[in-house]
Design a protein around this ligand. Sequence first.
Ligand SMILES: CCCCC/C=C/CC(=O)SCCNC(=O)CCNC(=O)[C@H](O)C(C)(C)COP(=O)(O)OP(=O)(O)OC[C@H]1O[C@@H](n2cnc3c(N)ncnc32)[C@H](O)[C@@H]1OP(=O)(O)O
Length: 398
Amino acid sequence: MFKEKYSILVCNSWEQLEISVPVCSSLQVPALQLHMSKTAMRASQKDFESALSQVKRLKDPGNEVKLKLYALYKQATEGPCNTPKPGVFDLINKAKWDAWNALGSLPKETARQNYVDLVSGLSSSSDSSSQVKPEADRKQPGYETLVVTSEDSITKIMMNRPAKKNAITIQMYNEIMLALKAASKDDSAITVLTGNGDYYSSGNDLSNFTDIPPEGIEEKAKSSAILLRDFVDCFIDFPKPLIAVVNGPAVGISVTILGLFDTVYASSRATFHTPFSHLGQSPEGCSSYTFPKIMGPAKAAEMLIFGKKLTAAEACAQGLVTEVFPDSTFQKEVWTRLKAYSKLPPNAMRISKQVIRNREKEKLRAINAEESRALQERWLSDECTNAVMNFLTRKAKL
Ligand SMILES: CCCCC/C=C/CC(=O)SCCNC(=O)CCNC(=O)[C@H](O)C(C)(C)COP(=O)(O)OP(=O)(O)OC[C@H]1O[C@@H](n2cnc3c(N)ncnc32)[C@H](O)[C@@H]1OP(=O)(O)O
């Protein structure tokens, strides 16, 4: 709905039409080139009055459309612009004056009809947008391991292998990179990564190591290190606010990359576990740098070297998690919060993120490359091979 002030003013004093975001003095209101058919010329006073009351029931159409409506209303009721031009610092009144003045000598009847047409167009688009489609229909095509949706200015990337605890396969690494690249260019304000089912993610799918190409194990380790580096770089470079909605336990790489997110919300059921030594491996996701920075070297060592599992409350106390919500209200509370944040000016949020993060980017890329090289060697070690075989033959779990 229009803001209260706006809907009242629609009927009464259009002089005071409120525009809720700053309007630049150079705002150009495009010349109105509304279609005028023979029928269009027949808008009666009754049609006009009905459009005036209809406008109050519409969703806020944005400042540009409000200005068009304002200008047409003034032209239809008073004729061509007849008031002195407001001063250059009177931004809102100047934008309104410009919009009205841009209509020149458009006849009152035509302005009235154009107003009716504009409101009718807005009503039909608002009717269709108010029908909420089920998530299955809103889901973006082209992903097999993810469900990607965009609405309310939020792109949600949901890992979708609940039966495998959202373990990340080679295909899922590639799809997450694709989804992040698309989200960086779409018109959403914020991007969310979450998991479907009881886990956020159990980390790298350990069967990724079983698919050895004819070139041999060294080649497998090399291509995996490249994939890992590219995957983590996508998080380092992501330009918009990136939020993790950690719906359940998180393991391995799904934990380490949290240090590259802007905000991490966790369910009280979530745990954070990086059992690298147990697996004969070493830290990735830039955690060798971000974790000591976030929680101090002693606490980071307990996690990254000794594999200490943190509860959500502990991870929050150490600064890895922004806020913990009770599991029973987790989804409701988090999405209400995120919907409110997504309405903030997107460019300001993007620039703020860049100001916070940009100076570290080169360093993070170098750290990522170094961690990936170390892992490339680790994957060829007996310690790692044995640990993976033990899991795959079900001799060991975390
Ligand atoms: C390109 C390469 C990049 C590499 C980057 C490196 C990253 C490092 C890491 O991420 S290290 C972390 C690796 N992850 C693990 O070690 C977790 C292994 N999984 C477990 O220990 C357990 O499955 C569990 C504790 C996560 C959950 O135990 P639970 O008993 O609740 O459930 P199940 O074990 O029965 O799991 C259900 C099915 O899911 C399969 N599965 C779960 N996690 C993984 C995984 N990481 N890799 C492969 N498969 C996984 C599990 O095997 C079950 O499958 P099944 O039903 O077919 O038996």
